[in-house]
Ligand binder design. Sequence first.
Ligand code: F6R
Length: 614
Amino acid sequence: MCGIIGYLGGREATPILMESLKRLEYRGYDSAGVAVLELPKNGAATRTSVTKSEAKVDTLIEKLNANMPTGKLGIGHTRWATHGKPTYINAHPHTDCHGKIFVVHNGIIENFAELKAELKAEGHEFPSETDTEVVPHLIEKYYKGDFLAAVRAALNRIQGAYALAMFSSDDPELLVGARLNAPLVVGLGDDEYYVASDITAIIPYTKRVLVLGEGEVAAVTPLGAEVSTLDGVTVKPKIVHVDWDVTQAQKGGFAHFMLKEIHETDEAIANAMRGRLTDDGLVAFREFEASEEELKKLQEVVLLGMGTSLHAAMIGEHVLEDWVGIPARAMDASEFRYRRPTFGEHTLSVVITQSGETADTLVALHQARERGALTVAVTNVIASSAARDSDGAIYLHAGPEIGVASTKTFNSHLISLYLLAMRLAQANGRISLERRRELVEALRALPDQVRTLLGRDKEILALAHKYSQYRNFMYAGRGLGYPVALEGALKLKEISYVHAEGTSGGELKHGPIALLDEQFPVVAICTASSTKEKMVSNVHEIVARQAPVLALVSEGDSSLNGVATDIFEMPAVEEASSAILNTVMLQLFAYHVATKLGQDVDQPRNLAKSVTVE
Ligand code: F6R
């Protein structure tokens, strides 16, 4: 995820920007840059010095140390590429045609293509491929001598998500910050001010922080920070005192990246939907533009992935068959290459890979292409090998995932697959408008439902501590709950090293049940679905073997009261939504068991974040 820092005060800006960018590194990024407004010497005109690196912050720091810009106002950025590759040109800050207005941006500007076309027609030039670059040009368009008024006019045209830090060389004592759907804070020091995407960046300088609200603009001058709405109405600033220390703040206040990333699920899934879904359930992917004709011809979908991504593929398989009525197969990508797959040019091959670099998945992708299948990569990494080598890409926009165990991106994969299913159903006319609207409503409610569930972390921790005494676990589910059970078991075993296996409820009686006794608990996914009653019967069978049962049930369902050992009530929602919410619950459960057992959850033994060998 990108990082922002801005400084205005009495000290030299460059060293502060350099230090703060180092502190933002943990977020994950690929390139970095700063712009510093240099004070005029001997009556010369003000000049802004821009320094960028298409690599790490250390390279940027080397460049700055070799040629240190002097000035008391500056902005800096770490970029995690979304629109355009991580190149020098695409790195922020970006500027207008006259090199007066400088902008750094986090988020995604959804309507950038139409704004860019409009501005181009008016003569503006765009060297980069980024969505961000429309911002300085729009401000330039509206600038009539009042920078703040031009910023407001520009932001009123922008849709999507942004946290922005900006200045103009015409206003050497004004630093402007603005936000919508992306966080931004203003640090209040002694006669100096900071604008940052993340408190981490400024925590050594000040603990007084003004938290900007949605759609608010902060105008920072040597006299202080004034907050207003996009319409210019003054807002009383919300100031908080932060009591974090620097070490904590590096993980955004969370003990581990894994926990932080689970807590980012709401934002990640909102990003996966952003700009892709209309109220009527029509879906469009900017980087996967197969024609209606091409999609109508499809006779089969093959979903390929490994580990957690394979579990996402299994959910995709189920949903594609259900919503689109098209044969779908989820396959272990490493097995695929050694089989003789019977598909060809009427097959859509969907490769699911967070990193976009998993060797097994890439080999399978290449084989699918050789056989003439239409290919699309569902991935979190822009310009990754999977994205490059496929006909199209569906980017997760989940922000970097640093914890080795995949968490938020699993759920972003699910959202992307749900949208893909809706896109295919749109092409073959399979889902009614009414059903599409229901699905849109269910999907849009998810970020809030996830937030509410995350707020119940203490309940999950208590359950995890109770169950952390066991050395073996079984996870069982049916329908979408089956891959969720597999994923719950994988999460637990990989970070806690406790043996856990997943099974379908139906398969349980065909072998796994032999393992069960009072020392072998079962996590049973019994939330509302067409197979819920069957799961309830399974729980009775499990309990008859004296195995403890932790059951996930839908709110208000009392059918397992007095039967299961522990019951955790989940919201009563669409089955597709349940798959996401149940997974978040199981991720937190695994996290708390592992931390109780003292394991290194962010870097579990023997595992790598990206498996680039077969
Ligand atoms: C488990 C996990 C792995 C990955 C697998 C595929 O938590 O992270 O199982 O899911 O290595 O990785 P990607 O999605 O990058 O292809």
